[in-house]
Design a protein around this ligand. Structure first.
Ligand SMILES: [Zn+2]
Length: 173
């Protein structure tokens, strides 16, 4: 497990924040959650730290008819695709920004391509395949980054989009 400075971990059941490795590289310097680093830090063997399980749950409640707005729908689509990309992509390739190569029976995704070969489906100027396709009826194209100059094909309400996001996230195992 790679420790990330500023992230929270569990040390024998207590939440601690990792700040750095000791100079000899043997100990992880951590401090209890919410306490200042300089006064309360201590070293532990990195192998004893556990990932803190994520207990956050996001609930979005939208009163019926409250999102007629096209812009808001586009923003939901952008945020949703970023979340989905982050979950199905490879962390090293900034999936939340560019998208990811992924395909299952619910949706498919492919980043924008810069190769400029005439037979490439993902370079916009040639024969554009959607960068995101929900097989139940939504196609989204973007230019370079998710959200930039997006073209959306498919009549999807904001509420339906929330269902699509949920279905896509749940389909990634
Ligand atoms: Zn290309």
């Amino acid at each position: 497990m790679k420790l990330v400075p500023g992230n929270m971990y569990l040390d024998k059941g207590s939440a601690v924040e990792f700040s750095r490795m000791s100079p000899n590289g043997e100990y992880a310097i951590v401090h209890p959650s919410g306490e200042p680093d300089m006064q309360s830090c201590y070293g532990v063997k990195p192998s004893t730290l556990k990932l803190k399980p994520c207990s956050e749950k996001v609930t979005v409640v939208i009163p019926h008819g409250m999102i007629p707005d096209e812009d808001l729908r586009a923003q939901l689509i952008e945020v949703g695709i970023r979340l989905i990309a982050e979950k199905c992509g490879d962390d090293d390739n900034f999936p939340e920004k560019y998208g990811a190569k992924f395909d299952n029976n619910v949706f498919s995704m492919h980043p924008y391509c810069w190769c400029e070969k005439e037979d490439c489906k993902y370079c916009r100027d040639y024969d554009p395949a959607p960068n995101f396709a929900y097989h139940g009826g939504l196609k989204v194209h973007w230019y370079k980054y998710i959200g930039r100059s997006m073209e959306i094909e498919g009549d999807v309400s904001a509420e339906k989009m929330l269902d699509i996001i949920r279905e896509c996230l749940e389909s990634i195992s």
